[in-house]
Ligand binder design. Sequence first.
Ligand SMILES: Cc1cc2nc3c(=O)[nH]c(=O)nc-3n(C[C@H](O)[C@H](O)[C@H](O)COP(=O)(O)OP(=O)(O)OC[C@H]3O[C@@H](n4cnc5c(N)ncnc54)[C@H](O)[C@@H]3O)c2cc1C
Length: 420
Amino acid sequence: MKTSTSGHSDILVVGGGVIGLACAYYLARAGQTVRIIEQEHMGAGASHGNCGLIFVSDLPPLCAPGAIGHELIRTLKGTSPLYIQPRSDLGLALWLLRFAANCTRRHLNHAIKARDAILRVSGELFSDLFADEDLPCDFEQRGVLMAFTDPATMRGYQKTNRLLEPFGLAATFHDRASIRQIEPALNDGVCGGWHHRADSHLRPEMLMSAWTRAARDKGVHIDEGCRLEGFDTRKGGVSGARTSIGHFTADQFVLAAGAWTPAIARQLGVRVPVQPGKGYSITMDRPAVCPTIPCYLVERNTVVTPWRSGYRLGGTMEFSGFDNRLNERRLRNLETSAALYLKTPLGRRVTEQWTSLRPMSVDDLPIIDRVPQWGNLFIATGHGMLGLSTATGTGRLVTDMILGRRPPFDPRPFSIGRFG
Ligand SMILES: Cc1cc2nc3c(=O)[nH]c(=O)nc-3n(C[C@H](O)[C@H](O)[C@H](O)COP(=O)(O)OP(=O)(O)OC[C@H]3O[C@@H](n4cnc5c(N)ncnc54)[C@H](O)[C@@H]3O)c2cc1C
C-alpha cells in the first residue's frame, strides 16, 4: 500500500462524491498514491441522501422519443415531478434544446446499449466489492417494483419492457391481485406493476462512510474542507491544484465534482454540458406496514426505498440552478405521492429532509474521458439519476484509462468528444 502525505500524489481527485470515491478506491487498489480533495465532507453532494437503488435495469435514457410531450401533459395536469424555474439562463436554455434534440429513436437505441454496458459491469463490480470489503450499508437484492395506479400507463410500460428483453432484464408482470402478494404494503389504488428482479438497493450514506474508510485503509489521503480554486497548467497538461488549504501537485488529475464540474472545467476552456437537476428525499423510521421491495411509483416518479435501518421517499427533478434550499411543497409532494400507492406511506419520525443536485448531461449518458486538450486531466461526471448505480464501473474505467489498461467496456459512448 502506498500513501501520500506530502503535497504530491500520483493522482489527485477533485470531489468526494460516490464517483470521486470510486475512482480513488480503484486507483489506490492498482497501487497509485491518491489524494481526494472535497470542499465540504465526503458525500456532501448528491451521493448522500439519494434513493440508493443499484438500478441495473434502468436502460432507457430520460431523453427518449415523446419524453417532452409526455412531460408537458403531466405539467398541465399538475402531476409532473419536473420543474423548470422560469429565469434567463442561456446555459440552461441551450442545455434544454440539446436535450430535446436527443429525444430520438436513434439516441434511445444507442444509449440503451451504452447504459447496459456500464450498468452491467458496475453491478458485477459491486458484487466483487462487497465480497472484498466489509461495507455495512443495508445492501439487499430484491429488485425494483414498478407500481402503477393507472391501467393505461401500466399497459404502456410493456413497450419499455420489450426494450429490455434483448439484455435479459425484462420485468415480470403482476396484476392487481398478484402484486399485493409480492408486496403487501401497496394499497388498493395500485392496479398492478412490473417487477425488475436484477436490481438491488443499499443505504447510500452508509455506503459512503464505509467505502471512505476502506479507501483510507488502501492509502487514499482525503482532505475534507478543501475547495479547489483553480488548476495550474503547463504546456498541454495540468501541473497543480490551488485549493483553499494549499497547493497540491500530481501526475494525473480526475475531475469528479458532480454538478459543479462544468464551472471548474470552464476555467480550463473545457465545456461540459451538464446542468444541476435538483432532487429531494425524506428519510423516516420504517412505517407500520413497510414495503420489502423498493417501489418506483411510476405516475409520480417517486421512489420508495426500505432498509433494515429506515425508509426513504425520493424524487423530483427541478432545474433551478445551484439553489440548494429545501422547498416544502416538493417535500410534501413526495408524501402525497406515496399516499396514493402505500397503505402506510409515512414513518412515525422524520430523520432527515434532504436536497441535492444531480449532474445531468444533455444525452443522459455519463462523461468519462481524458480531456484531449489537457493530456493528464480526466473527467468523470454527468451520471444523472444513475451515479450510484454506475460508480464502480466509472471508477474502474477511469483507473484503466489512466493506467493504459484495456477498459472493462467500450468507453466511446462516454467520450467528451461526442459533444463536438
Ligand atoms: C433525490 C435523488 C435520488 C437519487 N437516487 C439514485 C438512485 O437510486 N440510484 C442511483 O444510481 N443514483 C441516484 N441518484 C443520483 C446520484 O445521487 C448521483 O448521480 C451521484 O450521487 C453523483 O455523484 P457525484 O460523485 O458525481 O456527485 P456528488 O455526490 O454531488 O459529489 C460531487 C462532490 O464534489 C464536491 N465539489 C464540488 N466542487 C468542488 C470544489 N471546487 N472543490 C472540492 N470539491 C468540490 C462537492 O462538494 C461534492 O461532494 C439520485 C439523486 C437524487 C438527487
